[in-house]
Ligand binder design. Structure first.
Ligand code: ADP
Ligand code: ADP
Ligand code: MG
Length: 544
């Protein structure tokens, strides 16, 4: 079974055990006979930020196309002309009624930020400034450009700026518009934690503008940011590509907790067999394995006075997962490449005899080859039941095995690259930003796969990532980078989690508290009592 419904599959495809209430009703929209069906709709609320939490392929864009008036939901009747009157009838008396009325009267202006910002240069040919000036409907563009640090790339062609810059330009272009309904499909890809916080803050500011009554709808897979950003959330679940259910709104805390616990209370629905748990207290200093690598002080610079990196000498122990954190442009990938042997340090040398398996930040696997042939060329364990359970299943590779590498989406490519990295028998595994392009459920699964792999193989793993939940669930110790992005970076000694988190978060001026029910970390409101107390005590992450 697909694990969602339990009783009768709406597609007669799978045997199931229990049918969720929503699925006994007609869907909100069905594309065609046996095609994808969406159940439920999110409710945009004036003055509020509404979040959607759920995997890709369960109808979020479909729902938004309906709410934007770009498509009339057919209420499951794909043979007849859909009509707004029928939609209004269906939602009369619900919280959506007023929104749909305004939509029909043409009163709703929408601004949307697309999910894949990499596509923007294919659609727009010109400089950043030209793209942004066309969107400046509220006279706030200068403010957004400064807050999002876009100024340095204003006169660069759009096709020459980095992914992180493109993401910030896309956010600015959306928020600069004067709309009633804003839809932001992911704000965090390619951004570091500080940039994520700024983007979240700007979205809240726009929602809280009392003159305007704007509704914000945000899809986000970084749970720490979603938690901070949204006033309420809809959980989306289902079978990606087959059907999706958008639940009624829940409080953010309850929604995220239920998602992590794998069980939706009101819906009486299990969405995952096991729950995700966090360690509330700093893990005890673990009895370390033997040193695997003792590296000396290292230096590397690019060009004349462009960027320089200083690495303090340190030790990586056998069997540990070392998290690596720091802002963008600070030298994290440069260090990963030095370990992987593709970049030579200018001073100090890494002449160890180790096999290293490296997943780069920008995954380029472009051979004209099928996924299964590619993976079986890496490991002779390919296809064994062991490899299937440990690697293929958690990374959801079954469904894409027969596809060509060149046809894969960003998230699919990422999962294949993580699988390839873990499948290559090595002494040290280096994963640069494994969360990029993954939806929330894939992050959970990938984290479990990496962690389980490390434990079962006594493997030593280095993981660079900006998703705090992923780092928390993965890392035994932390290496923190500081410095001045694009100018100078400094990699400190690996530290215990408590010291490392304090170091990292003090730089960002963010503290976390723990959710009472699940122990998951939640960002404190700046200036709140908890925030001030923890800062005074120097406990940014594991409050006593
Ligand atoms: P999400 O935004 O959650 O990733 P989408 O709403 O984009 O999901 O898509 C949900 C499903 O609907 C996908 O399986 C997609 O292939 C399918 N779908 C999207 N548009 C169409 C269409 N015009 N005709 C048929 N199926 C479609
Ligand atoms: P991070 O992974 O922390 O984002 P990187 O190691 O990728 O940082 O880059 C650090 C700095 O070095 C950035 O300013 C980047 O533009 C620059 N840089 C990276 N690779 C090169 C290169 N091959 N030539 C010149 N500059 C580079
Ligand atoms: Mg990097």
């Amino acid at each position: 079974t697909c694990g969602i419904c339990v009783e009768k599959c709406p597609f007669d495809a799978i045997e199931i055990i229990n049918l969720p209430q929503e699925l006994t009703e007609e869907p909100t929209h069905r594309y065609n006979e046996n095609a994808f069906a969406l159940y439920g709709l999110p409710v945009p609320e004036p003055g509020k930020v509404t979040g959607i939490l759920g995997p890709n392929g369960i109808g979020k864009s479909t729902a938004v196309n309906g709410l934007a008036g770009e498509m009339i939901p057919n209420l499951g009747d794909y043979d007849d002309e859909p009509s707004w009157d029928a939609v209004l009838d269906r939602y009369r008396g619900s919280e959506l009624q007023q929104f749909i009325n305004r939509l029909i009267d043409g009163e709703i202006e929408i601004a949307r930020k697309p999910q894949y910002v990499d596509q923007i240069p294919k659609q727009f040919d010109g400089k950043t400034r030209e793209l942004l000036e066309a969107t400046d409907e509220r006279g706030e563009l200068d403010y957004l450009v400064d807050r999002l640090s876009i100024r340095p790339v204003m006169d660069q062609p759009i096709d020459s700026i980095s992914g992180g810059e493109l993401q910030r330009v896309a956010i600015a272009a959306t928020l600069a518009r004067d709309a009633d309904f804003y839809f932001l499909d992911e704000i965090t890809p390619y951004l570091d934690v500080g940039q994520r916080m700024v983007a979240a803050r700007l979205i809240r500011e726009l929602a809280e503008d009392e003159e305007a009554d704007r509704s914000m709808l945000v899809v986000e897979h970084d749970l720490a940011i979603l938690d901070l950003l949204a006033d309420s959330i809809h959980v989306g679940y289902g079978e990606p590509g087959a059907f999706g259910v958008i639940t009624p709104p829940k409080s953010v805390r309850k929604g995220i907790n239920e998602y992590l616990e794998g069980y939706l209370t009101n819906e009486n629905m299990r969405i995952r067999p096991e729950k995700i748990t966090f360690e509330e207290h700093a893990p005890r200093a673990t009895t370390k394995g033997m040193p695997l690598v003792e590296y000396p002080d290292l230096k590397k610079s690019y060009g004349e006075g462009e960027f320089s990196l200083d690495v303090d000498s340190g030790t990586i122990y056998e069997g540990e997962v070392l998290g690596i954190v720091g802002p963008n442009g600070i030298g994290k990938s440069t260090l990963a490449k030095m370990f992987a042997g593709s970049v030579e340090p200018d001073e100090g040398s890494l002449d160890f005899e180790l096999d290293i398996s490296y997943k780069p930040q920008y995954v380029e696997i472009d051979q004209p080859m099928r996924v299964d042939s590619f993976l079986s060329s890496i490991t002779d364990k390919f296809g064994t039941s062991y490899w299937n359970t440990e690697v293929a299943q958690p990374l959801q590779l079954e469904r894409i095995m027969e596809q060509q590498l060149t046809d894969l989406s960003g998230g699919e490519r990422q999962r294949v690259a993580i699988a390839a990295c873990l499948s290559d028998e090595s002494d040290l595994y280096v994963l640069d930003e494994p969360s990029a392009h993954l939806d929330v459920e894939q992050r959970v699964q990938a984290t479990t796969a990496i962690r389980r792999y490390a434990e079962n193989h006594d493997a030593t793993v280095l993981v660079i990532d900006h998703d705090i939940y992923m780092i928390d669930l993965l890392a035994d110790r932390l290496m923190v980078f500081d410095g001045e992005p694009a100018q100078h970076g400094h990699a400190k000694l690996p530290q215990e989690m408590r010291a490392g988190m304090n170091d990292f978060l003090a730089d960002l001026d963010i503290t976390f508290r723990r959710d009472e029910r699940t122990g998951r970390p939640r960002i404190n409101k700046p200036g709140s009592q908890k925030d001030s107390t923890q800062k005074r005590q120097g406990e940014y992450y594991y409050a006593p």
